[in-house]
Design a protein around this ligand. Structure first.
Ligand code: NAD
Length: 546
């Protein structure tokens, strides 16, 4: 039985928006349609939705006390825990996420609300009172809500990114939020919003009606619903997670309205392993980093740089482990890697892989969708997979390895959002040479989200952050595993701004001067007599043409 996703706006769950323009939500494990995501395209109600959000935001900021907000945050965390099974199932079914990664995502969402619960005391309080430069004058610094945040999210972390990182940060900052999840995964975001509302109702009881539009949810296609809201310019800030090309559209539209914009975009994570590091451990990290979530993480490992002298043995070890990585249904406990999220994504990954091969890239493992047409080839290669699962019509892709891909070739420059890695030889005769080459090779990427350097050298490990251009850097481990209470964001084409420890990005600073003196005065204003003396003793640098 297929389900129909709903929008939530102006205080109600609604189905409007034209099913003729709906997106089919498919189970990535089988390709079967399991639901429909309607597209919200009612342009005329957008101003009402923002007005309602602003009314709720004012009540939330002024009338809901910090202890009440804290209770709501803890209650959301409790409800996420209570509905863990339902949330996990929803992510497994609509996103093809492995049960254990879906479970980890619920934990991440719970941790996010718990962390922000602690942060709430800090955010509204004054940042201290300082004496001004002038006598008898004080200055106070405040963080104020921005107003209404418009949040657009991707399909690969539907609960963590949309319902937790963006929503918890926006609410903690005292804002209202309008959510636009990805059309491929509307049900997780919807369940999350239902639980957030339930928590608010539990704590505020009848007062909930005053914040009924604090968290609104508009489902649909990015180029329709997303564009409609973006083009309204009615938000105070847009927070976006998704691809680089979409990020460009979001930033330029927000820029037209002089609205702040935060972009979490794609990455091209590299792992640089120096000769002094345990290679077996490095390869294990690379396997997890590349094949976990079938490579559909913005921080997934895309390039593994291995010292030249141990290159062949390390490459072989990676291939052996990739072959053992079991491909199968996401709800099977034996599975290590599930399907890609959609047919479109499967085609996109395969197109990039074929482009890399056409450009001369040497592919030594995989390089094809894993389905009934390719099982014989996959068996000959020695891949480990559940034959019945991969022949069921889903969107599986074989673990794929390219070798020594030069810069400029697709797999080395663009983000292939799938289980594909380039294993390349790292030149250098000494540790320092390897380090310097590794830094240079990481920095030449146009993206700068997550990267890793693996060495036991105490000096190089501390030098690395000063030289590597990246938002997130791992020392002595792979490129995945960010924690919820730390900054998360990229540099260069990976975007700007931070989430995670993000209260600052959801509030504006306000500076409040209080003058305790009675006479009118201005900072930096000099005394008339002194200025007169200065002017009469200095020649004007201009000629008078009259
Ligand atoms: P996408 O850019 O196609 O879509 C992201 C969101 O933008 C979706 O909700 C989509 O509906 C919406 N959208 C699309 N066109 C739009 C438009 N014209 N106006 C407004 N909204 C629009 O990305 P995706 O395929 O859903 O996600 C995969 C990408 O996300 C990858 O590149 C990945 O690296 C990136 N990502 C980044 C992070 C990070 O934190 N840096 C995290 C997860 C995913």
């Amino acid at each position: 039985m297929s389900k129909l996703a709903s929008h939530y706006y102006l205080g109600d769950w609604r189905l409007e928006g034209g099913l003729s323009n709906a997106t089919a939500v498919c189970d990535p494990a089988t390709g079967h349609i399991i639901g429909l995501c309607p597209t919200m395209d009612h342009q005329d109600v957008i101003p009402q939705i923002f007005a309602a959000a602003r009314a709720s935001q004012r009540y939330w900021y002024h009338e809901v006390s910090i202890p009440e907000k804290q209770k709501i945050f803890l209650r959301i965390a409790k409800l996420f825990e209570k509905h863990r099974g339902e949330l996990v199932w929803t992510m497994v079914k609509e996103g093809g996420k492995l049960w254990k990664w879906a479970d980890a995502e619920v934990t991440e969402a719970i941790d996010t609300y718990t962390d922000y619960h602690g942060e709430l005391n800090r955010v509204y309080s004054s940042r201290g009172v300082s004496r001004c430069q002038m006598q008898k004058k004080v200055v106070e610094s405040y963080r104020k809500p921005k107003g209404v945040i418009f949040a657009i999210g991707p399909w690969n972390f539907p609960l963590a990114i949309i319902d937790a990182w963006k929503t918890a940060g926006a609410l903690a900052g005292g804002n209202a939020v309008i959510l636009k999840p990805a059309e491929q995964t509307p049900f997780t975001a919807q369940l999350g919003v239902e639980l957030i509302h339930e928590a608010m109702r539990d704590v505020l009881e009848t007062r909930f009606q005053n914040i009924a539009n604090l968290v609104q949810l508009l489902q649909g296609k990015g180029e329709v619903t997303g564009k409609l809201i973006l083009e309204s310019g009615l938000y105070n800030k847009v927070v976006f997670t998704g691809g680089i090309d979409t990020g460009r559209v979001v930033a330029s539209t927000a820029g037209r309205f002089i609205r702040e914009c935060h972009l979490e975009l794609g990455g091209h994570a590299a792992m640089v392993v120096l000769s002094d590091f345990d290679l077996e451990r490095a390869i294990q990290e690379a396997i997890r980093g590349c094949l976990g979530d079938a490579g559909q993480r913005c921080v997934s490992t895309r390039v593994l740089w291995i010292p030249e002298h141990s290159f062949q043995t390390s490459l072989q070890r990676y291939i052996d482990l990739a072959k053992q990585f079991r491909v199968g249904r996401p709800d099977d406990f034996q599975t290590d890697m599930g399907p890609l999220v959609s047919k479109e994504q499967l085609d996109r990954v395969d197109d990039m892989v074929q482009k890399t091969i056409r450009q001369g890239g040497v592919c030594v493992l995989g390089g094809y969708p894993l389905n009934k047409d390719t099982v014989t080839r996959a068996k000959e290669e020695g891949l480990n997979f559940d034959e019945e699962a991969v022949c069921a019509g889903g969107y599986y892709y074989a673990p794929t390895v390219f070798v020594n891909i030069p810069c400029g070739v697709a797999a080395m420059d663009e983000e292939i959002f799938g289980p594909v890695i380039c294993v390349n030889a790292l030149p250098g005769c000494t540790l320092r040479e390897e380090f310097e080459n590794g830094v240079r090779l990481i920095n030449r990427a146009r993206q700068g989200l997550s990267n890793a350097i693996l060495t036991n050298d105490a000096v190089l490990i501390k030098e690395a952050p000063f030289y590597i251009e990246t938002g997130i850097l791992y020392g002595r481990r792979g490129t995945t595993g960010a924690e919820t209470n730390q900054d998360f964001g990229g540099v260069k084409d990976s975007g700007f701004g931070t989430e995670g420890r993000g209260i600052e990005s959801f509030t504006d600073p306000m500076t409040y001067y209080i003058d305790l003196a009675d006479e009118p005065r201005m900072a930096q204003a000099g005394e008339d007599e002194k200025i007169q003396r200065l002017l009469s003793s200095t020649k004007s640098p201009f000629f008078d043409f009259d």
